[in-house]
Design a protein around this ligand. Sequence first.
Ligand SMILES: Cc1ncc(COP(=O)(O)O)c(C=O)c1O
Ligand SMILES: Nc1c(O)cccc1C(=O)C[C@H](N)C(=O)O
Length: 409
Amino acid sequence: MADIEVLDRNDPLAPLRALFELPQGKVYLDGNSLGPLPTAARSRVEAVVQQQWGRDLIASWNSHDWIGLPVATGEKIAPLLGAAPGQVVCCDSISVNLFKLLATALQLRPGRPVILSQQDNFPTDLYMTQGMAALLGEKRCVARAVPADALMDAMDDQVAVLMLTQVNFRDGSLHDIEAITRAAHERGILVLWDLAHSAGVLPLELDSWQVDMAVGCGYKFLNGGPGAPAFIYLAARHQDRVSQPLCGWLGHAEPFAFEPGYRPAQGVASFLSGTPGIIGMAALNAALDVFDGVDMKQLRAKSLALTELFMTGVRAEPACADCVVLTPEEDRRRGSQVSLAHPQAWGIARALIEAGVVVDFRAPDVVRFGFAPLYNSYRDVAEAVAQLARILAADEHLQPRFSARTRVT
Ligand SMILES: Cc1ncc(COP(=O)(O)O)c(C=O)c1O
Ligand SMILES: Nc1c(O)cccc1C(=O)C[C@H](N)C(=O)O
C-alpha cells in the first residue's frame, strides 16, 4: 500500500475532520447512510432548543426566521448542486418530494404517461412511481423500470420523465448526468435525478447540464442528522408552468391570509407543503457550514483516491480473494463508495463493525464501504483493508454470533 502517513500529511482537506464529532477508536465508513455529527450542528440544535424554542417560543417564527428556513437552507444547498438561486428548497423526505415532482413532470408532458426508471434504483423511487400509477390509472401514469443497459432503448415517445439515481446505492456505480440528460431531452423526455448519494460529495452542475428536476438527501453526505429533511431542485424554466399536488398551506402565496382557496407561492417555494421540523432543519442548515470554502473538485479527487486505495488494497490481500468488487474501476463510473460481494457478506459486515470499522450490509450479499472525503483519512482506508483481511484470514465472519440476521440495517 502507498505510504499512508504521507498521503494524510499532504491531504489539504485533512483539517476538515476536526469539524465532526467522530467516535474514538472507530473507522466510520457509513456516511452514505448517515453522516456523522458536525459540531456546528450540535451547537445550533442547542441554541434552537434552549434560546429559540425554550425562551422565544412562537415569536421565533419571525425573530429567528423559522418561517424562512426551508428556502434559506435550500439556498445553502444550491451551490453544491451548481444551481443558481431560486431553484432549491429544503423539505420533507426524498420519497414525498419525488411524488410532487413526478406529478409535475406528468403535467408538463401531457399524453406521455410513462415514468421510466432503472430496475435496481433505490426501492423508494420505484415504489413512489408505482403509487403514482395506482393513483392515476394506466391511461395517465405507467411505471416502467428496465435494466441500466436498456434505458436508452426504452426512451420512446410515451415517456414523460426519466427518473434515475446518479449513484447506485448497491454497487456505487455512477451515471453521467450530462450525457443522459441530453439524450433524454433529444427525445422530449424530462429528467428527474435522485442525488441521495451525490449531494455533498460529487461536483454537480445541474444548471449547466440542463437538468429539469432533482431530489436529494440531507442525512447522508450533507451530514444533517437522522431523518434530516431532503431537498428539491426545480429548474427556473419550469417553475411558472407547474403546480404540485401536495398543495399545503406553507406552499401558499400568503399562508397567513388563511384563504379557503389555494394560490401557489412564487417559484420553488410552492413545493413546500406543511410545517417543517425546525430542529432537524436547523441541524442541517448548520451542518452545511462545513462546506464553506470547500472546492468540490478537490473533494471529488480525494473521494476517488480513497476508493481507489481501498480497491487496490483489497485486491492485493490474498485473504480477500473471494470478495468481488462490484463498484466500477473507472473513475468516471464510480461514486464515493465501494461495494464488495461475498456469500458471507452479513457475517463480514458484523465482524467489521465489531472490530470498529462501521460499514453496512445490503441484501443479499453486499458489504458497502462509504468514503466521505470531508472526514475520512487514508489511514481509515488502510485500517478497513487490514481488518477485512484479518477477519477473512481468521474466518472470524463465520463465528456463530455473526450468523443470525438480527438487525434492520
Ligand atoms: C437513492 C436513495 N433515494 C431515496 C432514499 C430514501 O429517501 P427518504 O428516506 O428521504 O425518502 C435513499 C435512502 O434512504 C436513497 O439511497
Ligand atoms: N434512511 C435510512 C434509514 O432511515 C435507516 C437506515 C438506513 C437508511 C438509508 O439511508 C439507507 C440508504 N438510503 C441506502 O443507501 O441504503
